[in-house]
Design a protein around this ligand. Structure first.
Ligand SMILES: Cc1cc2nc3c(=O)[nH]c(=O)nc-3n(C[C@H](O)[C@H](O)[C@H](O)COP(=O)(O)O)c2cc1C
Length: 741
C-alpha cells in the first residue's frame, strides 16, 4: 500500500515534477547571483537618508528607490519624460548598469509557476507541489521501513543499482524537497483561495502635512533613523507639490515622512500574518536567504535522477515480481501466492502457479512475502514459494515477512502450503522455507500440504508438487515450468597465483579475460565486436560449468568488470570436481561461466565504517571491495589463514591498499603459526574498537566457510551484548551480510 502510494503518483507526475524541479533549481541560483552582483554595506553602516542623498546626487529626477531581497538597490527615475531604471552602487549612489529583469529568468519563472499556461497551468503546478509532499512523506516512511526504524535512518544501505541510488539520494534531499513542496503547496492554495492571504493595506495618507520648503533628502530625520538593510522601498513626493510626502516601506512596516520637517508622520508596523507570509515566500524562493536557495536548488536537482531511478526500480519490480495483469485484489482473492526471492528465479515458478490456478477458475493474488497483509478476508488457500540464502536466511523479497507475521490474523479456514527453492550444495538446504512453514503452523494455521523442497529449480520436482496440489484442489494444474539455463560466456585464464600447498590448503587466485565477443546490444552492430566481459561487481557470483556437464558451481567474484579481469579465489576441495578442474587450468585454457548477481552482498557507501571479516578464499570478494574503495571510506579487514609464509593471499596488494588508505586497518590471524589464532580471536581482542565502530553505524560483511561464519556470529553477538542488540537485528537493518559456503 505504502509503496503504491509512493510509486503511482510519482510515475504519473514524473515529467511535471522534473520540470518544476529543474526550473526551481535554476531559479534558486538567482538570489545568489543577485547577491554576488550587489554592493551591500554592513548593518549600521549607512542610513536610508544617506543612500537617498547619494542617489539623488547622481539621479536628480529620482522617483523611487527599491532595495531587493538580495540587497541590490535599484533607482527608478524620469529623465526628459523618459522613465528609466538603473542598478546602483549602494555605497556611492552611482549607476552600475541599466536594470532589466532577465528574459531568461522570467521565462523560467513562468515555466515553473504555470508550465507557460494560464490559470490551469498554475493549478497543475499547485497539484504537483502537493504530489511532491505526498511523495516525500511516503518516501520517508519507506526509508524507515527499509532501514529498520527511525533511529537507523542514517545508517548505510545494502544493495546496489537504481534502488540504492534512489534511496541514497532521497535520504540526502528529502528535507529540502519537502520544504519546497510544502511552501509551494501553501502559496498555490493561497492563490486559489483555499487558504487566506494576508492583506496589507498600509497606513492612510496623513491628514496633517507641514507644506513647508522641501529639505534635502539626506537631512530628513525619519529617513536617517532607518538602516539601509531594512529598506524595501522609498517613493519620492511629486516634484513641486509641497503637500506630498515620502512614503517609506521597511522590513518592519510602512509609513510617511514629511519632505520639509523630516518628521515621521505615520507608521504602521507589518502584521504578524504578513511576516509569516514573507517567511514562507523566502523559504520557497530563497529570496533574502541565498544560501537556502542554493541548498533547495541542489535538492531539486536530485528530482530527475530520483524520477529515472524510481521508474527503473518500478519497472524491474514489475517485470520480476509477478505483478501480473490478471492479479486479483488481495481483499477479494480466494487464493494467495507469496514469493520470497533474491535473484528472481522463484518468480518464474510463482507465475506458472498463478496462471494455472487462474485458468482453473480461482481468484489469485500474488505478491512478494514482504507485502504480507494483516489478513485476507476471502482467502482459503495460501501458497508460499521461497528461496533461501546465506545461513538459512530470507531472500530480499521476504526479509520483513517474519516481523509482519506477528500482526497477521489468519482465518482458521485459511490453509497453507510452503514450497522451498534451494540448492543441496548448501548445508542449510531450503532452511528459510522450513522456518516459514513452522512459523505459519505456530500461528495456528493448518497445512494444505506439507512443506516440500525443490533442488536447483528442478522442473520435474515442481511438476510433481503441482500434481499433488491438483489432487488437493480437485482440478488438474499441470505445472510445467523449466527455467532457461543461464547463457554462458567463454573465459580464458590469463594468470594464476598459487598459495597454501605447504599447509594443505591449496588455494589459487585465477584471473580470466573474455574469450568471445561481447553481447551488448550495440556490439551486435559491429562487424567484429571486441571481446568484452559481461557486467559484474565484486561479490557477485561466477557460475562455472564443470566439464562433465554437472550442475554449475558458484564462486564469489574478487573483481569488478571495471578492473578489466574476472578474478576468483578457489580453494581446492578434497575430491572437489569443479575446484579440481579449475586448479588444473593453465594460462590460455578456457572455461564456460555465467554471472549471477548477488546485490545483497555489497558494502554500504558513506563514511560509516565497513568491517570485512573472512577466512581462507573468502578474502576474494573482500579484496575486491577494498580495491574499489577509491573514495577511501573507512574499511577494516579481519582475515584468517593458516600460515603467513604459505597462504597469505593478496599480501602485497593489501600492503599497497594500506599505504594508499583504501584499507584503513588490517588484522590477520594464522592458525598454524606460533600465535595459533583464528579470526574470531582477533575480533575478541579488538572488541572495544569493534563495538565503537558498530555504535557509529558500521556495517559487517562476512565471507568464507560456514564454521568460520558461525564462530564470527557468536563473537559479534558477545560484542553486541552490552549494546542490547544482536547480529539478527543488524542483519534486519542490512548491516550484517554474509556470503557463506
Ligand atoms: C549466495 C547464495 C547463497 C545461497 N544460499 C543457500 C542456502 O543457504 N540454502 C539453500 O538451500 N540454497 C541456497 N542458495 C540457492 C538459492 O536458494 C537457489 O538458487 C534459489 O533457486 C534462488 O532463487 P531466487 O533466484 O528466487 O532467489 C544460495 C544461492 C546463492 C547465490
Amino acid at each position: 500500500m505504502l509503496r503504491k502510494l509512493h510509486g503511482l503518483p510519482g510515475l504519473f507526475a514524473a515529467l511535471f515534477l522534473m520540470t518544476l524541479a529543474i526550473t526551481g533549481a535554476v531559479l534558486a541560483l538567482a538570489p545568489a547571483m543577485d547577491r554576488a552582483a550587489a554592493v551591500i554595506p554592513a548593518a549600521g553602516e549607512m542610513s536610508v537618508a544617506e543612500l537617498a542623498g547619494r542617489v539623488v546626487a547622481h539621479y536628480p529626477e529620482t522617483e523611487q528607490i527599491v532595495r531587493g531581497p538580495s540587497g541590490a538597490v535599484i533607482v527608478y527615475y524620469n529623465r526628459d519624460g523618459q522613465p528609466g531604471a538603473d542598478l546602483v552602487n549602494a555605497l556611492t549612489g552611482e549607476g552600475i548598469a541599466p536594470y532589466e529583469p532577465s528574459a531568461f529568468f522570467t521565462w523560467i519563472k513562468d515555466l515553473h509557476r504555470s508550465f507557460l499556461l494560464d490559470n490551469s497551468g498554475r493549478a497543475l503546478a499547485g497539484v504537483m507541489a502537493a504530489v511532491m509532499v505526498l511523495l516525500c512523506f511516503s518516501g520517508i516512511l519507506l526509508l524507515v521501513r527499509r532501514t529498520g526504524g527511525w533511529k537507523a535512518l542514517l545508517r548505510p544501505f545494502a544493495g546496489s543499482g537504481s534502488k540504492r541510488i534512489h534511496a541514497e539520494l532521497a535520504r540526502f534531499a528529502v528535507l529540502g524537497l519537502l520544504l519546497s513542496a510544502l511552501t509551494g503547496s501553501y502559496l498555490s492554495a493561497q492563490r486559489f483561495g483555499l487558504l487566506p492571504e494576508p492583506v496589507e493595506t498600509g497606513p492612510t495618507f496623513p491628514a496633517e502635512v507641514s507644506g513647508g520648503q522641501p529639505a534635502a533628502v539626506s537631512s530628513l530625520n525619519a529617513l536617517m533613523a532607518v538602516d539601509l538593510n531594512e529598506l524595501r522601498e522609498l517613493v519620492f513626493p511629486y516634484p513641486d507639490d509641497p503637500q506630498d510626502v515620502y512614503s517609506l516601506t521597511t522590513s518592519g512596516g510602512s509609513g510617511f515622512a514629511d519632505q520639509a520637517t523630516g518628521e515621521l508622520l505615520k507608521f504602521q508596523p507589518r502584521s504578524e500574518a504578513s511576516l509569516v507570509q514573507q517567511w514562507i515566500v523566502s523559504l520557497h524562493t530563497g529570496e533574502g536567504l541565498w544560501w537556502l536557495g542554493l541548498i533547495l536548488g541542489i535538492a531539486a536537482l536530485t528530482v530527475p535522477v530520483l524520477s529515472v531511478t524510481g521508474i527503473t526500480s518500478w519497472w524491474q519490480r514489475r517485470r520480476s515480481s509477478g505483478q501480473f495483469l490478471d492479479n486479483a485484489n488481495a481483499a477479494q482473492a480466494d487464493t494467495i501466492i507469496l514469493v520470497g526471492s533474491e535473484a528472481n528465479a522463484t518468480w518464474g515458478f510463482a507465475r506458472e502457479l498463478h496462471t494455472s490456478l487462474n485458468k482453473a477458475g480461482f481468484r489469485v493474488h500474488c505478491a512478494e512475502m514482504n507485502a504480507l497483509a494483516e489478513y485476507y478476508p476471502q482467502a482459503a488457500m495460501l501458497f508460499v514459494l521461497t528461496s533461501t540464502y546465506g545461513d538459512g536466511d530470507a531472500p530480499a523479497s521476504a526479509r520483513q515477512f517474519m516481523a509482519r507475521l506477528s500482526d497477521f490474523r489468519g482465518e482458521k479456514t485459511l490453509q497453507y502450503a510452503v514450497l522451498g527453492f534451494g540448492d543441496r550444495q548448501f548445508p542449510n538446504f531450503c532452511q528459510f522455507a522450513l522456518n516459514v512453514d513452522a512459523a505459519l503452523a505456530s500461528k495456528g494455521l493448518s497445512r494444505l500440504h506439507p512443506v516440500e523442497l525443490i533442488d536447483r529449480c528442478s522442473a520435474s520436482q515442481f511438476s510433481e508438487w503441482g500434481d499433488k496440489i491438483s489432487g488437493i484442489v480437485g482440478t488438474p494444474l499441470a505445472l510445467t515450468y523449466d527455467p532457461l539455463p543461464p547463457p554462458t560466456v567463454k573465459l580464458a585464464l590469463l594468470e594464476r597465483a598459487d598459495y597454501g600447498l605447504a599447509v594443505q590448503a591449496p588455494t589459487s587466485i585465477l584471473r580470466f579475460k573474455a574469450a568471445q565477443p561481447g553481447r551488448g546490444w550495440w556490439q551486435k552492430w559491429l562487424p567484429r565486436a571486441p571481446e568484452t566481459l559481461p557486467p559484474f561487481e565484486a561479490g557477485d557470483l561466477l557460475g562455472v560449468m564443470p566439464p562433465q556437464g554437472q550442475a554449475p558451481r558458484f564462486y564469489s567474484l574478487a573483481s569488478s568488470v571495471t578492473d578489466g579481469v574476472l578474478e576468483i579465489c578457489v580453494r581446492k576441495q578434497p575430491g572437489g570436481l569443479c575446484s579440481g578442474y579449475l586448479h588444473e587450468l593453465r594460462p590460455g585454457d578456457r572455461i564456460d561461466g555465467f554471472i549471477r548477481p548477488n546485490p545483497g552482498f555489497r558494502p554500504a557507501t558513506g563514511n560509516t565504517p565497513v568491517i570485512l571479516i573472512g577466512a581462507g578464499a573468502g578474502i576474494g570478494p573482500l579484496t575486491g571491495f577494498i580495491r574499489k574503495n577509491t573514495e577511501r571510506h573507512p574499511m577494516f579487514l579481519y582475515w584468517g589463514g593458516r600460515n603467513s609464509h604459505s597462504d597469505f593471499l593478496y599480501q602485497p596488494e593489501l600492503g599497497r591498499y594500506l599505504d594508499d588508505h583504501r584499507l584503513t586497518g588490517l588484522n590477520t590471524a594464522f592458525s598454524r603459526s606460533d600465535e595459533r589464532a583464528y579470526v574470531q580471536d582477533k575480533l575478541r581482542q579488538d572488541q572495544v574498537a569493534v563495538r565503537q565502530m558498530i555504535e557509529k553505524g558500521a556495517q559487517i560483511l562476512v565471507c568464507g566457510g560456514r564454521d568460520m561464519a558461525a564462530g564470527v556470529k557468536q563473537v559479534i553477538d558477545d560484542i553486541l551484548r552490552p549494546m542490547a542488540t544482536d547480529v539478527d537485528t543488524l542483519r534486519s537493518q542490512g548491516r550484517y551480510l554474509e556470503d557463506v559456503y
